[in-house]
Design a binder for this molecule. Structure first.
Ligand code: FAD
Length: 478
C-alpha cells in the first residue's frame, strides 16, 4: 500500500445486505479509503433465527458478495464472536476504523455497545449510522419525554417531525487492501439444511438480494400500488408490495421505499398515505421493541400474565400444519409453510384462532412464525402477535375474536385464496367454501369431500371456543 493511501476501514455488515443507500458503506469508502466489508455469523444468537430466513440469508449473501466483488472489495464471511473477529481483522489489515449501520433489537444493541466500547479502548475509530428504520427510537419521544405506546400519535408526530433523507446512490467502485483476509465459504455455513425441504417452492416466488428488492418495488409501483388501499385486505389479490422480507434483511432501505412511493406521480393520496402508514407501522414496532426489549417474551400488559393458556400440542400441530377444519386458517398456515409468507389479513385471522379459539399462548405462535416466515422480524413479529392477543401496546381488545368463517366470507368472497392453498376444497362452491362443515351433504358429495377423510372436521366449535376465551379473559380483566 503506498504511504499516502489512507488506512482501511472495516464495514461490519448486518441487516443491511445492500450497496445502495448504505450510510456506513458511504462513510467507510469516503476519499477512496480501502474498505473491508465483512459479514459475521455471530455465535451469540444474533441474526436470523428461523429456517425460512436462513434460506433467504444464504441467497442474499451470495448476491451481496457478487455486488461487492464487482466493485472491487470482496465480501468476507467470518464466524465467531464479533469483537474477536473484528480485532483479528484489524490486526491482519491495519484497519483503523470500524463502521456499521445500527440495529435496534436488544441482543444486537448489547453486542454493538460492548464492541464499540472495546474498540474505542483499542484506539479504533467507531461510527454507527441510521438506515434500518426511519426514526431513531432513542430520540423520538412524546412531549412529556416518554416513548410512544399508541400508533396514531406516533404517526402524527412522525409526519410532523421526521425528515426521511433522500436515498444515497450506491458507490460505483471501491478499493480494498492489497491482500484481503481469507473468507469462509458460504456453502460451509449450511444455512439451509434442507430437511424438511419446506423451502423448495420459495425459489419460484422469491428473489433474495438487492436486485430482487428493487424489482419488487418497481413492480409494486407500476402494477399494484393504485389498488393498495382497497385491495390490501383481500388475500387472493396481488395488492401489497411483498417487500417485508427484503426490508427485514436490509436489502432495500425503508427510505428508498418511502421516497419511491411518496414520489410516484398519479398515485392517489389515499393509496399513498395508507402504504406509508403501513411502512411506519414497521418503525412503530421497532420503537416498541427498543423501549420494551422483552417484547417477544413478556406480555406488554402484565394483566395477561394471569391468563390460563392451554397446553395443547395436538391442536397446535393441527394449526401449524393447516389442518384445523377452518379453510381460511388452513389456507394461511399452508401458504406460510409453502411460501414462507402469509397475507397480513390472514396472519391476523390465524393468530386470533390460535390465541382465542385454541387458547394457546401467543408466544408459541410467535416462535412458529419466527421459524417459518421469510420476513421474520424481531420487532414486527412479537408486536403484531401481542396486538392480536390484546396484551400489547395499542392492541386490538381481547374480546374482539375473529370469526374465521365470516372473515373468510368477507375478505375471500369467492374462496379463491382458500382454493389456492387447500386444493382438496377446490370444487367447493363459494357459498360453502368457508364453512364446509355446514354444507349440505349433496354439496359435499359434488365437491368430492368427505369431512374427516378428505378435509378435517373443525377441531373446535368456534362459538363455544369464543365463549370459553371470553370467560377466561373475564378472570384477568381486573
Ligand atoms: P405491505 O402491505 O406492502 O406493507 C409495506 C411494508 O410495511 C411491509 O413490507 C412491512 O415492512 C410494513 N408493514 C405492513 N404492515 C405491518 C405491520 N402490521 N407491522 C409492521 N410492519 C408492517 N411483518 C414483518 O415484516 N415481519 C414479521 O415477522 C411479521 N409478523 C407478523 C405477525 C402477525 C401475527 C401479524 C398479524 C403481522 C405480522 N407482520 C410482520 C406484519 C405484516 O403482516 C407484514 O409486514 C406484511 O404482511 C408484509 O407484506 P407486504 O410487504 O406485502 O406488506
Amino acid at each position: 500500500m503506498p504511504e499516502t493511501m489512507p488506512k482501511p476501514a472495516i464495514l461490519w455488515i448486518r441487516k443491511d445486505l445492500r450497496i445502495a443507500d448504505n450510510r456506513a458503506l458511504l462513510a467507510a469508502c469516503e476519499d477512496n479509503r480501502p474498505v473491508i466489508p465483512v459479514y459475521i455469523r455471530e455465535d451469540d444468537g444474533n441474526g436470523p433465527l428461523g429456517g425460512a430466513q436462513a434460506w433467504w440469508l444464504e441467497r442474499s449473501l451470495a448476491r451481496l458478495g457478487e455486488a461487492y466483488e464487482k466493485r472491487g472489495a470482496p465480501l468476507l464471511l467470518k464466524s465467531g464472536a464479533p469483537l474477536a473477529v473484528l480485532r483479528s481483522l484489524i490486526a491482519e489489515t491495519g484497519a483503523t476504523a470500524v463502521y456499521w449501520n445500527r440495529r435496534y433489537e436488544p441482543l444486537g444493541i448489547k453486542t454493538d455497545t460492548a464492541a464499540k466500547k472495546a474498540l474505542l479502548g483499542d484506539d479504533i475509530e467507531v461510527a454507527s449510522f441510521a438506515g434500518q428504520i426511519l426514526h431513531e427510537p432513542s430520540k423520538f419521544m412524546t412531549k412529556t419525554g416518554g416513548s410512544y405506546k399508541v400508533y396514531t400519535p406516533f404517526w402524527k408526530a412522525f409526519v410532523e417531525t421526521v425528515h426521511v433523507p433522500d436515498p444515497a446512490d450506491a458507490p460505483k467502485k471501491l478499493t480494498t487492501v492489497a491482500k484481503p483476509p481469507a473468507s469462509e465459504n458460504l456453502a460451509d455455513w449450511n444455512l439451509y439444511p434442507g430437511k424438511p425441504d419446506w423451502a423448495s417452492a420459495f425459489g419460484e416466488i422469491w428473489t433474495p438480494g438487492e436486485d430482487g428488492a428493487r424489482e419488487r418495488l418497481a413492480h409494486f409501483i407500476d402494477a399494484v400500488a393504485d389498488d393498495y388501499a382497497a385491495g390490501r385486505d383481500q388475500p387472493a389479490k396481488e395488492a401489497t408490495s411483498m417487500l417485508s422480507a427484503h426490508l427485514a434483511l436490509g436489502e432495500i432501505s425503508p427510505a428508498t421505499v418511502w421516497h419511491a412511493v411518496d414520489g410516484t406521480k398519479g398515485l392517489s393520496g389515499e393509496n399513498r398515505k395508507k402504504f406509508l402508514q403501513e411502512l411506519v407501522w414497521r418503525d412503530f414496532c421497532h420503537h416498541l421493541l427498543f423501549h420494551s426489549p422483552d417484547l417477544a417474551d413478556k406480555n406488554w400488559n402484565d394483566r395477561f400474565d394471569a391468563f390460563e393458556w392451554k397446553s395443547d400440542e395436538k391442536s397446535f400441530r393441527a394449526w401449524s400444519r393447516g389442518q384445523t377444519g377452518y379453510p381460511i386458517v388452513d389456507a394461511g398456515m399452508r401458504q406460510l409453510w409453502r411460501e414462507g409468507i402469509m397475507h397480513n389479513r390472514v396472519r391476523m385471522i390465524v393468530a386470533s384462532f390460535l390465541i382465542k379459539d385454541l387458547m394457546i399462548d401467543w408466544r408459541q405462535g410467535e416462535k412458529w412464525f419466527r421459524d417459518t416466515l421469510v420476513d421474520a422480524d424481531p420487532a414486527s413479529n412479537p408486536a403484531n402477535w401481542q396486538w392480536v392477543a390484546g396484551s400489547g401496546a395499542d392492541a386490538s381488545p381481547f374480546f374482539r375474536v375473529f370469526n374465521p368463517v365470516l372473515q373468510g366470507e368477507k375478505f375471500d368472497p369467492q374462496g379463491d385464496y382458500v382454493r389456492r392453498y387447500v386444493p382438496e376444497l377446490a370444487k367447493m362452491p363459494a357459498k360453502h367454501i368457508h364453512a364446509p362443515f355446514d354444507a349440505p351433504d349433496d354439496v359435499l358429495d359434488k365437491a368430492g369431500i368427505m369431512l374427516g377423510k378428505d378435509y378435517p372436521k373443525p377441531i373446535v366449535d368456534h362459538k363455544q371456543a369464543r365463549k370459553r376465551a371470553l370467560s377466561a379473559f373475564e378472570a384477568v380483566k381486573g
